[in-house]
Design a protein around this ligand. Structure first.
Ligand code: GCV
Length: 717
């Protein structure tokens, strides 16, 4: 009878999960643990949830635990308010739980900060119980998600002794979502935020968004595009923002908005937005106070100023620090922060775009208020498949610098390429700036440990939209996941994150996990090879950035063309950023500058970022630059065959629906990969005028064909 019940339960879970296999459940699936032995262990150890829920966060945490465990263990795991038994999960803070208070865990808790937690297997009054304890309700929530993750990834929970806390204080998604619901560089449908039906209609999707973010430790979200619309600051929109904030609050997520610098003129009808003007200062103060009446825990502002046409303080002869500080002063009484972007460059300046952000911001070090963070993109240009780290990291020791990564794949195959970005993020975080000697990694700059900052943060440009599976490509979910996990702990390895994501999202089946991890871990390097090998950069299609466009030249802005960056002609290719060229390398510490500047040490991956070299230049492996370039394109494009084969080899292990989703996109990716290969090789051959080396597939069509392709309605513009 018992066995029949179990089979029925299994059938039920399989049936429901099969019906709903769109990918909507992300990595929070909570399907029955298939491994019976493992499930037996969990059933013995986790029988009920002893938890008081005086706050919305604790209620949400207990619901998550109840829902998660009941699904994973195939039986109801109830929440009990009293009566500890063997197998209770005792969860709470010293304030919410007298048991936790009585356990004298306080000393251990003290070291865990505001958001940390501990998971511990202990014997309490002769009963074996599992404790989830934290100093704050949100810490308990994070502990709950950790326990669920252990079970989802089939790890033992019988002898827990885990403590954890985030390395960074602000772990923030940046939505580039417009008020008309289009998403700049968004490839997963329209914006999640349905401004039209807010505040009255609060979708379940907002709650699920909050759950997903909390599960990976994200604690802030900027709802609107950095190319900002000041309407968001009006009393038409603020109640809508407040409604979203109300949903996110229990999950520890604060809401931030982008502030258009000219708002005092557009909304306040002032004649100026000069940050030193008294009326302007008052306008920002009043506006900020007003925002806090709607959203008492409002996080603050993110600002893009004097960049790509956005208004800013420089229009009034003021500096970025003057601009940031006027907002910072308005936010300070409420404990809000300003995230001021360093993504600035101008085509009118006769200076290498690489150098411009550094040139503008470094002299401002020490001039920002204490509640300002300067948000710096990972590389000096713009989220390319591979960039050296931005020289600003380590160069502004008096200013907390916030990392900005792009999760959405603007330059990484947009919505159709499977690219796991953790290796890209890690490459940057682990890079050594040498600004305070060896070991001054970018990670230590942004976590504040190198220069003793009390605030620190990481931002990720979101890849989320209203597509059923949230991110368009199922594997886009892995990048959202990896961003959150690394913002929590930048020491995690890419492969460890890939492992947990794959297990939680798909299955613990060993063959499946191994195969998918292999695909993921190679995907970024493959992409670099088929798009921008040897340090090429910014050679994508004009404006929409879709597909290859190395021929883009003679446009109104040189720094938006491809030619600006590679300058390929019959003799040579690459951007000379050594002392004989733009000398951008001088912005790095001497160790870094000489490493990249010296051809003997510069890794091939960065060659054309820093050097202009003849096509015949011989690399360390004996190949010429031209041969190597062709072979890398070939290698990158050919890799897709293996990827498809690997994916097909695991057919039948997961549900058909998600399997097919990925399979179809891999087929599109394969076509696009060869398009990159063909178009780039056709173009670069027209420059080098050299024959293709042996075993290089010749482009299928003429260069003209690729140059003349027109694409209508490419998403994300
Ligand atoms: C939000 C690049 C993108 C723009 C984006 C900009 C930025 O230029 O193409 O779409 O604008 O970066 O980060 O501000």
């Amino acid at each position: 009878m018992k066995k029949r019940l179990l089979i029925l339960t299994l059938l039920f879970w399989n049936a429901t999960s099969l019906l709903a296999e769109s990918g909507y459940r992300l990595w929070m699936r909570y399907d029955l643990v298939i491994n019976e032995e493992q499930r037996g262990e969990y059933i013995n150890l986790l029988k009920n949830i002893a938890m008081k829920t005086p706050s919305a966060s604790l209620r949400a945490a207990s619901q998550e635990l109840e829902q998660g465990l009941s699904g994973l263990l195939g039986r109801k795991i109830p929440v009990v308010v009293s009566g500890i038994t063997a197998g209770s999960i005792v969860a709470g803070t010293p304030l919410s739980s007298t048991i936790i208070k009585g356990l004298k865990l306080n000393i251990r808790l003290e070291t865990l900060g505001e958001e940390g937690y501990l998971l511990s297997s202990i014997v309490y009054q002769s009963k074996k119980v599992t404790v989830i304890a934290a100093n704050s309700d949100i810490g308990v929530m994070y502990g709950v998600f950790h326990l669920l993750r252990l079970i989802q990834t089939n790890q033992s929970v019988s002898d827990l002794n885990i403590t954890d806390q985030p390395r960074l204080k602000y772990r923030v998604l940046n939505h580039w979502d417009n008020l008309d619901r289009t998403v700049e560089r968004g490839y997963a449908g329209f914006s999640l935020w349905n401004w039209h039906t807010l505040p009255g209609y609060v979708q379940q999707r907002y709650v699920d968004y909050a759950r997903a973010n909390a599960s990976i430790g994200i604690n802030g979200t900027v709802l609107t595009n950095v190319n900002a619309n000041s309407l968001i600051l009006t009393d038409e929109y603020l109640p809508k923002v407040a409604a979203i904030a109300n949903v996110l609050r229990p999950y520890g997520i604060k809401v931030y908005l982008t502030a258009r610098f000219s708002s005092p003129i557009e909304l306040g009808k002032l004649k100026t937005a000069d940050p030193l003007n008294e009326e302007v200062k008052k306008w920002w103060k009043d506006k900020t106070d007003e925002i806090y009446t709607y959203i008492p825990d409002f996080g603050g502002f993110l600002v893009k100023a004097n960049s790509e046409g956005q208004p800013g303080p420089q229009s009034y002869g003021r500096s970025h620090a003057d601009g940031a500080n006027v907002l910072a002063d308005a936010l300070a009484p409420h404990k809000g922060i300003v995230m001021w972007r360093a993504f600035v460059y101008s085509n009118d300046k006769p200076e290498d775009r690489f150098k411009q952000a550094f040139n503008e911001f470094k002299p401002l070090d020490g001039q920002f208020r204490a509640n300002v963070m300067v948000q710096v993109k990972n590389g000096p240009i713009d989220f390319q498949p591979r960039e050296p780290f931005s020289p600003l990291f380590g160069a502004m020791p008096k200013t907390p610098l916030m990392m900005e990564f792009q999760i959405t794949q603007e330059y990484l195959g947009q919505g159709t390429h499977l690219v796991y970005q953790a290796p890209l993020y890690k490459e940057v975080l682990d890079a050594d700036t040498y600004t305070k000697g060896k070991g001054s990694t970018v990670a230590k700059v942004i976590d504040g440990s190198l220069d003793n900052h009390s605030i620190s943060g990481m931002a990720g440009v979101a890849n989320i939209g209203d597509d059923l599976n949230w991110t368009g490509h199922l594997f886009g979910q892995s990048n959202w996941y990896a961003f959150g996990r690394l913002a929590w702990n930048h020491e995690l390895s890419s492969i460890a994150i890939a492992d947990e994501w794959t297990r939680m999202t798909f299955t613990n089946d060993t063959r499946f996990v191994q195969t998918v991890k292999g695909i993921m871990m190679n995907s970024r390097e493959n992409l670099v090879n088929y798009m921008t090998p040897l340090g090429l950069h910014h050679i994508m299609g004009w404006d929409h950035h879709y597909g290859p466009g190395p021929w883009i030249k003679d446009k109104p802005r040189a720094d938006w063309t491809a030619f600006y960056y590679h300058k390929a002609d019959r003799t040579a290719i690459g951007f000379d950023r050594t002392a004989s060229g733009s000398n951008a390398l001088s912005q790095y510490a001497p160790e870094v500058s000489s490493f990249y500047g010296d051809l003997k040490t510069c890794p091939p991956e960065y060659l054309l970022w820093f050097h202009r070299l003849p096509w015949t230049y011989q690399l360390k492996d004996g190949k010429s630059l031209w041969e190597s370039l062709c072979q890398r394109y070939q290698f990158g494009a050919a890799s897709m065959e293996g990827v498809q084969k690997d994916w097909n080899s695991i057919a039948g292990i997961i549900d058909q629906e998600r399997f097919e989703q990925v399979k179809m996109l891999l087929a599109i990716q394969k076509e696009e990969v060869w398009w990159w290969h063909d178009a780039c090789l056709a173009y670069f051959q027209s420059r080098s005028e050299l024959p293709f080396p042996a075993r290089i597939t010749a482009p299928k069509k003429s260069l003209e064909f690729y140059e003349n392709q027109v694409f209508h309605f490419v998403p994300g513009i």
